[in-house]
Design a protein around this ligand. Sequence first.
Ligand SMILES: [Zn+2]
Ligand SMILES: [Zn+2]
Length: 368
Amino acid sequence: MKLRIGIHTCGFPRLSRRGDNIIVENAMMGIGFHWQRSYPLILKGEPEFLSSPENGISLICNIEIEDYLRSVVSSEMNPDAPFEFIKAHAIIARSWAVNAYLKSRLPHQKDSESSISGETIIRIYDRSDHTLFHLCNDDHCQRFQGESAVTAKAEKAVTDTAGLVLTDRSGKIADSRYSKCCGGKTEIFSICWQNRDLDYLQSIDDPWCDLSALPDMHRQKILKSVLKNYDRETTPDFYRWKRSVLPEIIKNRLHLDFNIDIGVPVLLTPVKRGPSGRISLLRITGTEGEITIGKELAIRRLLSDDCLLSSAFDIDNGKDRFILEGKGWGHGVGLCQIGAAAMAFHGYSAADILNHYYPHTSLTHIND
Ligand SMILES: [Zn+2]
Ligand SMILES: [Zn+2]
């Protein structure tokens, strides 16, 4: 199975050659998030350029799925992560990639959508917006950082799990979402994306990602194993966090993201929350109007120029700023990377980890 991966670059792609490898000098990662940066991405084989009226020029790399996974699994975590955790990750990354491949053979459906009714705007960001390729190299799909990222341990995890995917009760490949830290309880699909819930993406209690009772050395070991250096620039207290947001930030973001002006925001009111506490509808009352925004990621982008850690927060509507007390990092649906790593450190297997985060699924060989 050959995947087509679209490489985001900062401006027109700049390529150089080293031996058999091509280096994309200005590849981008973390677009729109606080870890956004440009870096050199090493590719095996020749990439191709494609152009379309809607996307302009795209740089595409054609790669076998198992080679793609070696890089993705290496790009998502450090080599000193516990092996069973890396194996679990290889299986869900494969399931995701196969789903993207299968979906591309169907008539194109845009998953990201906006709907506006009265004073409510729902915006959903999803991964299958790509028309020229299956997946992009960024967090929007799965982190793919080319050959430079590949580690021996990730390579072994991909080989040991070769062809294994997660399937649901009907035998369909599961939509195996994952995020950094659920904050103690995982979230359901419909709070973040379309209004359909899946029985294997239900909200479960997750005691594993609460590292607060662990000795500091043990805690650091888990964090270091899961988080790349640039991820560790994030506040280490992402399980529980606090952030103050100035009304001007929201005013600017409303203008940038939605072209809306409601004056100066004075009141934030959660209208709908999911079982993990993530807000999927937030009302913003301003000096000159009111608007309700959803869903989860649209809210996180609205409240911070570099995207808030999560939408699970309580709000103190202060005099000149909003104080948010939040929990978790990411959408919280499916596998929680910090919790999964902690489970593996406690001796649980890849199958145990997947059973915990995706109930009612099985491991199936892709050729079965
Ligand atoms: Zn993408
Ligand atoms: Zn968790």
